[in-house]
Design a protein around this ligand. Structure first.
Ligand code: B12
Length: 216
């Protein structure tokens, strides 16, 4: 649909232009004209922030621009998240999610939280910069089936390993599964640190967590 392509391109542009008001307006316009909210995030807003990340990498833009783009990204995606299609899982499985200690990137983590919630999981979102002990404590407190740990920096990936270790020390290993994700992580990394699964994006996170909890 030509209109849909236009809206996806405009969503990407709103992020590249650091335009919070435009991102909100495009999200609302897209939803009102029937664009799938998941597509709006994955094919519109995400390519925008990835583009800014590449420019940051190339030294063409700096941290202030990255922050502005992230603000626009949050504004657009949070409107879409509220419209994600609802799944139907009878018995609610519990997931504790957070971005690991030392890391404040939470856009991807929040998208995963929204996908999980839309798919019927009961999610406790610990936010960002979460110490390993906090993951374990919260998992015990709510009786979590799965912990999801996000890391966007090569330096904070190590903290995912700490989460796995802390869970073992707390005597919760096996009972509470761990899934890791975030741009620098991989299937191989998950295996190496003894995590139970890796998810490349929000859709895969849902599929893997369904597998881990026997929900499909
Ligand atoms: C936006 C952004 C920021 C924003 C974050 C705002 C926020 N609230 O999140 C701000 C400006 C604050 C920021 C700060 C920094 N950033 Co930054 N940032 C980015 C950027 C451009 C985009 C990240 C993003 O949101 N992507 C979009 C989302 C949708 O994708 P995602 O996070 O990967 O999530 C998806 C999957 O990974 C997966 N997923 C994510 N989490 C999880 C968890 C689980 C359990 C599962 C299964 C799946 C999963 O699903 C998500 C949805 O599909 C990236 C570049 C990039 N291309 O990634 C750099 C990037 C991550 N940042 C980088 C850097 C260096 C920094 C700073 C150190 C800069 C500085 N000099 O201060 C600081 C770090 C601060 C800190 N301590 O954390 C580097 C990291 C380099 C490295 N190899 O470690 C990157 C790669 C940029 C670059 N190319 O150099 N950043």
């Amino acid at each position: 649909m030509a209109k849909e392509q236009e809206i996806l391109a405009a969503a990407k542009k709103a992020i590249i232009d650091y335009d919070v008001a435009k991102a909100e307006a495009i999200a609302k316009e897209g939803l009102a004209s029937g664009v799938d909210p998941v597509a709006l995030v994955e094919k519109g807003f995400v390519p925008g922030i990835v583009d800014i990340g590449d420019r940051f990498d190339a030294g063409e833009v700096y941290l202030p621009e990255l922050i502005l783009a992230a603000d626009a990204m949050k504004a657009g995606t949070s409107i879409c998240e509220a419209a994600f299609p609802k799944g139907a899982i009878k018995e609610k499985k519990k997931v504790v999610m957070g971005t690991v200690e030392g890391d404040i990137h939470d856009i991807g983590k929040s998208i995963v939280v929204a996908f999980l919630t839309a798919n019927g999981f009961e999610v406790t979102d610990l936010g960002r910069d979460v110490p390993p002990e906090k993951f374990a404590e919260k998992a015990r407190e709510v009786g979590a089936d799965v912990i999801g740990a996000s890391a966007l920096l090569t330096t904070t990936m190590e903290m995912q390993k700490k989460v796995v270790e802390t869970l073992k020390e707390a005597g919760l290993a096996g009972r509470v599964k761990v899934i890791v994700g975030g741009a620098p992580t991989s299937e191989e990394w998950a295996k190496k640190i003894g995590a139970d699964a890796y998810g490349e994006n929000a859709s895969e996170a849902v599929a893997k967590i369904k597998q881990l909890t026997g929900s499909q």
